[in-house]
Write a protein that binds this ligand. Sequence first.
Ligand code: URA
Length: 242
Amino acid sequence: MPSDPENELAAVIAGAQELLQWEDALGGTGFPAPKAAPPVRAPLGAGRTESDAEDIVARLEVLSNEAAKCIRCELSRGRTKSVFARGTPGTDLVFVGEGPGFHEDEQGLPFVGRAGQLLDRMIAAMGYARDGVYICNVVKCRPPDNRTPLLTEAAACAHFLVPQLDLVQPKAIVALGRCAAENLGVVPPAGKWRGIWGEWRGIPVMPTYHPAFLLRSPQFKKPVWEDLQEVLRKLNRAPATR
Ligand code: URA
């Protein structure tokens, strides 16, 4: 097929604009901050009624209260607060991280430290309100020195994560970092794991790098943005406009 220089130019400009927008959203300099995304009305999901939605919120609260008293693994000994979730249970998009850090343990909320601020900017760049998505972790209590949760700890906490995701039933999950990807069963036995769609109980899962890793290695922001754009395509949504 003959190439169309006008279309090619338009595609290059669109790609460059998207990248600038992403750099900007992630703290680049020289560009205005993205406009706050409008609040997302939480969809009820296929076949869900208002009363189903209320029931789901109530059941999540029961789980959250149970997690606050849980002594299934050693992590409970060091916790200040358990960290169950933040955001909107009726959303189409869930982010799963590894486990709470210092600030999360103090506040009882996931992703409120520096990595959380970066995650918030990623979410805004995707066109969602900060609390228009649902965010949780593989383990609900802080591992000592922020180490990766042990398999036994993650297995114990699956008691919460599995029903939590089953109740929220998003249309897509983003697994933040290898630990989340492994625990959702989407890491291939060998080779590349980031950016390859997997599935958790029928829900598409996009594994990508953890925001804490991006803080240390910002050169990987671009592939992460590509992964998030894949997610937006899956959800038939467009990134935020400036
Ligand atoms: N890192 C995570 O994986 N989860 C948090 O809640 C905070 C930092």
